[in-house]
Ligand binder design. Sequence first.
Ligand code: ADP
Ligand code: MG
Length: 724
Amino acid sequence: MPHTVQRYDALAAAKSWSPISNGDFKMQVTEIFGENTLNHEKLKERLPKTVWKELKKTIVEGEPLNSQVADVVSLAMKEWAVEKGATHYTHWFQPLTGATAEKHDSFITPNQGGGAVSEFSGKDLIKGEPDASSFPSGGLRPTFEARGYTAWDPTSPVFLIENQNGKYLCIPTAFASWKGEALDHKTPLLRSVEALNKQAKRALKLFGVETKRVTSTVGSEQEYFLIDQEFFYRRPDLMTSGRTLVGAKPPRGQELDDHYFGSIPDRVLSFMLEVERELYRLGVPVKTRHNEVAPGQFEMAPIFENCNIAADHQQLMMIVLRKTAKRYGFECLLHEKPFDGLNGSGKHLNWSISTKEGQNLLEPGDSPHENMQFLFFFTAVLKAVYKHQDLLRVSIASAGNDHRLGANEAPPAIISAFIGEQLEDIINQLLNGGLKNSKKKGLLGLGTPVLPELPLDAGDRNRTSPFAFTGNKFEFRAVGSSQSVSFPTVVLNTIVAEAIDEYCTKLEAALEKKDFESALKDVLVDGMKEPRKIMFNGDGYSDEWQTEAAERGLLNLKTTADALPYLADEKNIKLFEKYKVLNEAEVHSRLEIWTEQYVTNLTIEVDTTEAIAKTMVYPAAVRYINELGEAVRDTKDLGIENPGVENMLKTMVEAVNNLGTALDELADIQAKLEGGSILEQSVEYKEKVIPAMTKVRDAVDFLERYSPDDYWPLPIYREMLFVK
Ligand code: ADP
Ligand code: MG
């Protein structure tokens, strides 16, 4: 019986893709930049002076917004949005799933008499009431009180999202339960900025520096894959899980290293240009683009901004990437590991601390005074990272990221810091007395009046480190490509606030007895004694590092199931409560939600793997076995020896039996799961379900290598990765 080869149809369609007409594509960056966002300058122009003054107090000093001001502001916003053609507005918020959520309301509601009433007042701006029952709350919201509320974040400008048929106004928003507990990523982020601001200002005062405000700055490099949509929709695994759950490695993977920084294929470049234009229009300052290591993998990075805006913009970037890809017949894969055996995707989170006046506190300066200040903040970060390795690991934990970390393509699950030889040398000198040339008055008795020029060059960076100092900022490289940057930033802001706090307390006490430089030196030496163990400039991929890290007593939390429980450690609850970032209930709710997400993702993966194996792979293999059987019988009837076909038949039968056994084992394991608390379930999934699922995959991948190409039901790696 002739069979239609659906896969070949997909291949043909993918190859014959032609660009949508983009003849009128224009990219006048200065003209279009920010045209879809009502930034503070534009908003100011639309408001009476007195109202702007009031609003500014809210924006800068965090004072509550009064309702009259909110009325005027909401009117101005609505006018701007309607002029631009918007019909609806939404409170745009970031539930703990890591995505963004919206519920649209119209500005104008038609009434029965044929007229229309205009809605959207100050009240609607300040507070919305989404039916929040379908968002995870991790026990924070009892079911009888399913509502939550959303509150406008006036520090992040509103913007318009458009499609060919209309536009709507998005209001960046925090999301909380009625009792005020944070159900989202934004609220703790804003709280953590407050904590950092307070402690950093206190420290700067000791250095004689006055500033209005300190915040952290974030710039995140986003990696992603593009594949033709024809393939995507024929892969149930990509559709449900975002990654291929089966699939044999292609004969030509990334071994040739010819993709990295290579020239960008035309269709991809067109896509990138449109993504960039859309982001510019939204006021997102994207800057770089290039191919990444794996075939079909790319990267884009913005210029850094204050962390709250950067986190909103990062979400927008993911949304625009996904949406625009479809217009070019692509699917944008943001998963951490879409293809086994090839590099996965990360999101390098560049992080620093900056004053409102623009001084980067992690920038070594030119004078000894500036350098002392630099060493203060720089070592505070190292101290924080050492003390809270667990929290940093938790902040990047997900089922997807588990495939990357420690897979010799991404940093290991051990958190360490790369700071380069010169700085390590300086810290070691400091710790070893730092007395080499101490008679010469200099920096902390080091004898060096200024720090040596530090290389800002990307070339000699250590790519194997999860947390690297790159000249004037830290780069947290273990962050996953699909995750929100918010929680990793919350952790960094909070733990560094704590380290600065501890430094300040000691320094303030020491200053009563000593001059500034010797007091500071004592504090830094004391502060870095233990934390020096976090410094590691070597090869993070090596086996020796695993051993050495263990000797140093560093944590090595290999999977999400190992890492997540640390979130609710007493040390961490105390930390978050002390700096008013999360209360105990909020910490527990996050632990529960993220563990549940881990288990849910794995459940979906298991179900999909089973479905693919049973309904797609098994039938294809059996068809081939029939054919082989027929051939063996026919040749035998004719009296012809046919060992080749017979052997192939045996191989196929054995492979199908292996698949059958693996599927039985997986089903058996699932049937025997003990259940229990969500944390217990996560451990069972890690220890039993994942290995059983991997066994099914291995059996499927074996069959892929032996089955006739025209029988194979799923688009294969070679096609997905190389057809563009
Ligand atoms: P490269 O990594 O190629 O050397 P850059 O160092 O300029 O490029 O920046 C990489 C990313 O780090 C960009 O997103 C950039 O905006 C961000 N970045 C640069 N400086 C800072 C800073 N002070 N704070 C936060 N992010 C920063
Ligand atoms: Mg970089």
